[in-house]
Design a protein around this ligand. Structure first.
Ligand code: DGJ
Length: 548
């Protein structure tokens, strides 16, 4: 079946976590640091590779202990796992295939360049290659079902890793690849074009002359080479996923080494800038049209400036309503991601967000180092508010607050209120002030103008009980009623510093949710602590009511 979210024993599960370095899972003794780093970040899931060559070192003989040892450890650590099947592809090459595959070039066809040279990439046009990978994947999924089907420590499997060809070609020129290129475009894609005239694929088709059918070159012109490779790659991986799902119906997804999307900036050439055939913006429709055994097509979002990062979030969430949820399996543990993840989760319904190289967030003293602190703050905030967040998002009652570079404040209209957000800049009111946070660094705008500095951010929602809930960092909120229609300003609007609107805030507290999901009050705020509703990451969940 198609899954639109991660679940554990049928209950929706939001995954916050980190992916280990590529070689960590070979040696069990290297894994505890990964769990520790995710725990310190505030996450609940570790993602780590299961490498085909280590799982099936000899053809037909499977090393099950390699997998079950990691599951056992995750259970002791009280963490969930996502396994990454490093099979035919890892970063657009075949480095993780077993030696018996690598050393038998006659049986396992490589992708070829036009001059006949072979690449270190298996051909996705070969059913022999696919069958070998599929057999191993089935054995892996069967093992997961038998060992973990009840407990469900493992919540998902990534099928392959950043697949496609990395090499000087947009497509595989091997005899099998050439044959596919000269074959007709499958009807399923022509039907998709007819049903989605607004899609990129339809656009390519129109630009190439709108042939009703024909070969890849006839239907798509210049775009035909990359489209043909994407089609074969999608079918290869979907076939493996389908066989695995028949054995164990788990959430399955692929990850994507991205192109430049709407901001190419050099990330443009298939094979050179990204693996040819992978589900990048140009060919995403080809994947959506046919990958019925995959639950998500996921961007590795390392884009390191806000507008481009957000473009990726938007692009890979355009089909959430059609059952393709957004999950970000890899990103930097950097300040930008720590802010943009709020947008991805609240505004675009992301079902999980992970960073790559999780062990690397710990410094030599074993603590999260400064550069990763914004990510740690965000993960703690998200897990604190998670008991009420998904319902509020679904009901359209949550907003994300994300400071743009250089912005001192922002204005939201929400639930009949105008809400001014001050990003702790000099523009509005006094700095956060209580016995724990009354420090000089919180009095002035902090990092407001630094690209990699920590930004103000938060999530505000209305719970099913009618209370407002807030998590955030470096933000302060003022609620105002919209100005009266007769044109006068209420006195509270004139005295910006005193924002008398704080009188309308009732029962302002900090707290947390207990195991049963009940809100428990930890601190009460009033007086100086109530000049605006300010939030720092370590305040837990702030709850209040507004006067009716
Ligand atoms: C994306 C890949 O999926 C990861 O395995 C890793 O190689 C990172 N890139 C970068 O190091």
């Amino acid at each position: 079946m198609k899954h639109s979210q991660f679940t554990v024993q049928g209950v929706p599960f939001f995954s916050l976590g980190g992916q280990t370095y590529n070689s960590t899972s070979y040696v069990l003794a290297d894994m505890p640091l990964a769990f520790e780093s995710v725990r310190k970040l505030g996450g609940n899931t570790v993602a780590t590779p299961i490498c085909w060559h280590a799982f099936e070192p000899t053809e037909g003989k499977f090393n099950t202990k390699y997998v079950t040892d990691i599951i056992d450890l995750a259970r002791i650590e009280k963490m969930h796992l996502i396994f990454l099947w490093f099979g035919s592809w890892k970063n657009g090459n075949m480095e993780y295939t077993p030696n018996w595959v690598k050393c038998d070039r006659a049986r396992f066809q490589r992708s070829m360049c036009r001059d006949g040279s072979e690449l270190g990439v298996l051909s996705c046009h070969s059913t022999v290659n696919q069958e070998a990978d599929k057999k191993a994947f089935i054995a892996f999924m069967r093992l997961l079902k038998e060992y973990d089907g009840d407990t469900q420590t493992v919540i998902a499997v990534q099928v392959e890793n950043e697949p496609g060809i990395v090499g000087p070609t947009k497509r595989d020129f091997s005899p099998l690849g050439q044959k596919d290129y000269e074959s007709n475009v499958p009807q399923v894609l022509l039907d998709y074009i007819a049903a989605h005239p607004e899609s990129k694929l339809a656009d390519f088709h129109r630009k190439a002359g709108s042939a009703p059918q024909g070969t890849w070159a006839e239907v798509f012109g210049d775009f035909g080479a990359e489209a043909c490779e994407a089609n074969a790659l999608c079918r290869y991986i979907n076939g493996i996923a389908k066989a695995g799902k028949e054995v164990y119906d788990l959430f399955l997804y692929i990850n994507v080494w991205l192109d430049g999307g709407s901001k190419p900036m050099g990330w443009d050439l298939a094979g050179v800038d990204y693996p040819a055939g992978g589900a990048v913006s140009k060919v995403l429709d080809i994947w959506y049209a046919q990958a019925d055994a995959l639950d998500a097509i996921c961007p590795d979002n390392y884009k390191n400036f806000a507008s481009m990062h957000r473009d990726v979030t938007d692009l890979y969430s355009t089909k959430t309503k059609e059952g393709w949820p957004l999950y970000v399996p890899e990103s930097h543990a950097a300040a930008l991601n720590a802010s943009e993840m709020f947008y991805a989760i609240v505004d675009k319904g992301a079902i999980g967000y992970h960073i790559f190289a999780t062990e690397g967030v710990l410094g030599p003293d074993g603590e999260v180092h400064d550069r990763a602190k914004p990510m740690m703050h965000s993960m703690h905030m998200l897990s604190a508010i998670m008991p009420v967040l998904p319902q509020a998002c679904q009901a359209g009652k949550a907003i994300s607050i994300v400071q743009e570079l250089g912005a001192l404040g922002q204005l939201f209209r929400y639930d009949g209120w105008k809400i001014r957000v001050s990003y702790n800049g000099p523009g509005f009111g006094w700095g956060a002030k209580d016995r724990r946070h009354y420090k000089p660094e919180f009095q002035e705008g902090v990092h407001t103008f630094e690209n990699d500095g920590e930004k103000g951010r938060g999530i505000l929602l209305i719970g099913e009980d009618g209370y407002y809930y807030l998590v955030g960092h470096l933000i302060r909120l003022f609620f105002e009623r919209p100005e009266p229609a007769d044109g006068h300003y209420p006195i509270s609007l004139i005295s910006v510093e005193h924002q008398a609107s704080n009188m309308s805030v009732l029962d302002l507290t900090e707290g947390h949710f207990d195991e049963e999901g009940r809100y428990v009050v930890d601190h009460v705020r009033n007086g100086d602590e109530k000049h605006g509703i300010w939030a720092m990451w370590d305040c837990g969940v702030i709850r209040f009511k507004m006067e009716g």
